[in-house]
Design a binder for this molecule. Structure first.
Ligand code: CA2
Length: 154
């Protein structure tokens, strides 16, 4: 069975609990459930993780890249959260791992504070889903499949 990784960055453990005005009311456990349903639609396994630590995300990106090279994974959906806007290390990790990555953000970062308008991930992402709420995770998984399995996309 082929895996899709979904990596979540800092403070996303608070999703649905704080700032529902910006991020909605769906908690991360329910985001994992909707990702699992979308993966099942494509006969894929889900590996869903969250961390508040930048270096852990770097380690996971490297791990996922190795899994893709080994043929056991399709790629990753990455919501790096605030590290999106600050982390050269994550940029370098995604680039170095050659990890097919869909960047996702729950909110429309381009309609928010200017410091959220730049992403270090976007230049090395295969695609970007922004502003669709938590539905963006399912859209990102579907997009990854369409990019990586064009003949099997419906
Ligand atoms: O919109 C997104 O998905 C973001 O990646 C969420 C990040 C924030 C993660 C959630 O942080 C929370 C903080 C307090 C309460 C609830 C969530 C934010 O820093 C990005 O600019 C956009």
């Amino acid at each position: 069975m082929t895996t899709v990784f979904v990596f979540n960055g800092p403070n996303l453990n608070l999703l649905g609990v704080r700032r529902p005005d910006v991020y909605g009311t769906t908690v991360l456990a329910d985001v994992e459930a909707l990702c699992r349903d979308e993966c099942a639609r494509h006969d894929l396994e889900l590996d869903f993780r969250q961390t508040n630590h930048e270096g852990v995300l770097v380690d996971w990106v490297q791990e996922a890249g190795a899994a893709v090279k080994a043929g056991t994974a399709l790629g990753a959906v990455l919501n790096a959260a605030a590290y999106t806007h600050t982390s050269v290390a994550l940029h370098d990790a995604v680039e170095g791992a050659e990890l097919p990555t869909i960047e996702v953000h729950v909110s429309n970062v381009h309609g928010r504070e200017t410091f959220r308008h730049h992403s270090y991930v976007s230049p090395v992402a295969a695609g970007i889903v922004v502003g669709f709420g938590v539905t963006g995770y399912a859209l990102a998984i579907d997009g990854l499949v369409r990019l990586r399995r064009p003949s099997r996309s419906v």
